[in-house]
Design a protein around this ligand. Structure first.
Ligand SMILES: Cc1cc2nc3c(=O)[nH]c(=O)nc-3n(C[C@H](O)[C@H](O)[C@H](O)COP(=O)(O)OP(=O)(O)OC[C@H]3O[C@@H](n4cnc5c(N)ncnc54)[C@H](O)[C@@H]3O)c2cc1C
Length: 476
């Protein structure tokens, strides 16, 4: 076995989900590490406890992979796609309730579906992430959420959490739960259900969130600091505030300092480290993940990042359903006028996540090849190692993203130690310039240089800025 849980932890690929705590009956613990990510501590665990934990660890070869786990409620008639996994229906849509839509990250269908599952008596409560976290001082965390509380737990929390405590609650509560999570968390609890019949009776619906990658807790701090709120003063953040004057993919980041009532905000894309392509604060585990859409969930919700949907500031979900019961609930919601729902093809659903699939498939092939070349152990993935997957330019970009992720952790640790953000900003801005060069390729780079030259000539001739000729690099 090349990549059991011991190797996952040793190589920094533990995502901190905490399923190992339950599987090992508490012999393994998880703690927040210096990267502000939960990490399993195996030091006190017996060999048997380690093996039990390894069978549910989402990055261990001892656990079943997404194809083996399949979907929670197999049914005839599901179709298969190598990127979406099994699916029954694919939709784009949103809720019609304007207030609910404004308060949601995207189309609000996740919260609507969770509420409907509770109303119909399918579940008694939902396990989801909201604020504040159960650990004092943590901005977000997993908790059991009652149906009444669900509407107050909307939005995406790009924030490392653990399920260790909340799974203890499941183990000790006679109730049926839906659980919401990013792909590796859903995979982990699905594997746990195979091992633990009691948990399997209680976790009855699995709701996945499409995931580009997770962020350590430092991500929130780095963005808030750029708004003038130092980590020690940070009280609340909002990663996805909609601005009705901007397209859905141009949302705001907002933060509030302790003792202040006013929120401060800025367009997310103006903040250093917030460009999703830069992989800032990405955990190492995400480098070896090949599941973008939570293939083992009953239903997955993401953003319909296609131009015709992204242009609409209200937000639009992509929905990948794998359970006819969920199909029925959504279609009934549309028939009753509560939802706008448009069937889309599987190819369109995949296209909404084109960047994610490039990073998790071609990008993964490159990263696996690189690690093997360095003699490092790698997990068995559904993608074979290939150092030039996606072409040489893309491979260079993939490698640069990995560098940026690593530098973000170390540069931010230094910023915290010296109570000075400037060094972090300088490092990330320098790397972002290099990223832009790799991203653009020689033709677009030449075009950019030409436009820069023309702008300089225009300035020298005193004819000011020429429309379409940027005289300064755009913000990331
Ligand atoms: C780390 C991360 C990365 C993502 N990457 C992508 C991506 O690359 N592409 C894409 O299309 N979509 C991505 N998403 C999903 C997207 O941000 C929205 O969450 C999704 O579209 C649902 O929107 P909604 O309006 O239906 O959700 P809402 O109705 O606003 O409800 C969101 C629900 O998700 C729960 N939740 C929020 N954060 C977490 C979390 N970290 N873990 C578990 N539950 C949580 C909330 O408690 C709430 O129940 C990501 C989400 C996360 C958390």
């Amino acid at each position: 076995m090349n990549h059991p849980i011991e190797q996952v932890v040793a190589s920094g690929r533990c995502i901190g989900c905490g399923t190992c705590v339950l599987a090992s009956q508490g012999e393994i613990t998880v703690q927040l590490g210096d990267r502000r990510l939960y990490r399993a501590d195996l030091s006190a665990a017996s060999p048997q406890a380690r093996r039990a934990a390894s069978r549910v660890c989402p990055f261990s070869d001892e656990a079943p992979n997404e194809d083996v786990l399949g979907v929670p409620h197999p049914s005839d008639g599901l179709q298969h796609d190598s990127r979406l996994g099994w699916f029954s229906r694919t939709f784009a849509g949103r809720v019609r309730d304007e207030a609910a839509l404004r308060a949601s990250s995207s189309g609000g269908l996740t919260t609507w579906t969770l509420c409907r599952l509770a109303e119909l008596g399918v579940v008694d409560a939902v396990i989801t992430v909201g604020s504040p976290g159960p650990t004092p001082g943590e901005l977000f965390g997993y908790a059991v959420t009652s149906p009444d509380e669900l509407p107050t737990r909307r939005r995406s929390q790009y924030f490392a959490t653990t399920m260790a405590e909340v799974l203890q609650v499941v183990a000790h509560t006679e109730a049926r739960f839906a659980i919401v999570g990013v792909p590796c968390y859903i995979k982990a609890v699905r594997a746990l259900c195979r091992e633990d019949p009691l948990i399997a009776r209680r976790l009855v619906v699995f709701v996945g969130l499409v995931c580009g990658h997770l962020k350590t807790q430092a991500y929130a701090e780095a963005l808030a600091w750029q708004l003038g709120i130092a980590p020690a003063e940070l009280a609340e953040v909002d990663f996805r505030r909609k601005d009705p004057s901007r397209p859905a993919n141009d949302y705001l980041f907002a933060a509030r300092a302790a003792g202040e009532r006013e929120w401060r905000s800025a367009p997310t894309r103006d903040l250093v480290g917030a460009n999703w392509g830069h992989n800032a604060f990405q955990p190492e585990a995400c480098n070896v993940c090949d599941d973008v859409v939570a293939e083992t969930a009953d239903v997955s919700f993401g953003d319909a990042w296609l131009p015709r949907f992204a242009a609409d500031p209200r937000g639009t979900n992509v929905v990948i359903s794998r359970n006819p019961m969920i199909d029925g609930i959504l279609l009934q919601g549309a028939a009753q006028g509560e939802l706008e729902l448009e069937p889309i093809t599987a190819a369109e659903a995949v296209a909404t996540q084109a960047g994610g699939f490039r990073h998790r498939r071609d990008g993964l092939a490159v990263r696996l090849a690189d690690d093997l070349a360095r003699g490092l152990p790698v997990p068995v993935k559904r993608v074979p190692p290939e150092g030039r997957a996606g072409g040489r330019r893309r491979a260079r970009l993939v490698r640069h993203r990995r560098v940026m992720a690593e530098l973000s952790h170390s540069a931010f640790a230094l910023a915290l130690a010296h109570d000075d953000l400037a060094g972090f900003l300088a490092v990330m801005q320098r790397q972002a310039r290099r990223y832009r060069r790799y991203e653009a390729g020689p033709v677009r780079r030449a075009g950019r240089r030409l436009r820069g030259c023309a702008a300089r000539v225009a300035r020298a001739l005193g004819i000011g800025a020429v429309p379409g000729l940027p005289d300064r690099p755009r913000p990331e």
